[in-house]
Ligand binder design. Sequence first.
Ligand code: ZN
Length: 255
Amino acid sequence: MTKCPLCEEREGTIDGHVIPRWAFELAKGDQPSMSLVGNPNKPRSRSPIGIYDPDRFCTDCESLSSTAESYAEEVFGRFPDGWTEEKDVNGNRIGWVLPSADIKLLRLFFIQLLLKAHFTLRPEFKDVALGPYAQRARDIFQAWEAPDSPDDFAVVVAKFSPSIKHRDAELSIMLPVRHSFEGRNIYCFNMAGFSIYIKVDRRPFDSTTTVLQLGSDGNRVNAPLLDFDQAPAGLNHVYRAVARSMAAKHRMSKR
Ligand SMILES: [Zn+2]
């Protein structure tokens, strides 16, 4: 038995996981197994219902993260419940907005996910190495308090635009991979039809993205539309064009 790396106190005792089970169930649909996309350069693997890491995390830490997972299911797993469409001046849909959310709990969800991806011994997550940010993330986890600044482990979410061609792929899970976005280090992953970017970098995003990151716009979650074919390679142009449009609209509505 080894100590749980999240609390560094208790023994790891249960089959821990990184990506919530509900996201796998959503991705699986009616299929007996599902396609799992990890590093784009590696072949896809098949996973029946998730990725478990036996005896790694302790019961207390798992139960803490499960409160955040349940909330993330409410927000993302039951889309479009609670979400409203965001349109540009011509009436074209440019994104989705959740008007009121528990932003702190959502941010904790993403930080704990990244932290567990860092510590898990499962090879599927070996692209996640937080370096000096691991200790910072662990402090946040142990205090169970999201950072005051939205820039700290900043999170932006984007929603895949509906596509006939990629109906199933849209809901599929892409495990966290390291990317560069606006010249910043981020981890990007997909689940439940959303693409999520978590900044692990001291430098802030540019002003457009800053407006959209969780915690910068009160309790709102702003999710610009992202074309599945363009993600994640297209982050830098497709997402940004829509994000600019959404950000401009919000600045206008606040006047
Ligand atoms: Zn623990």
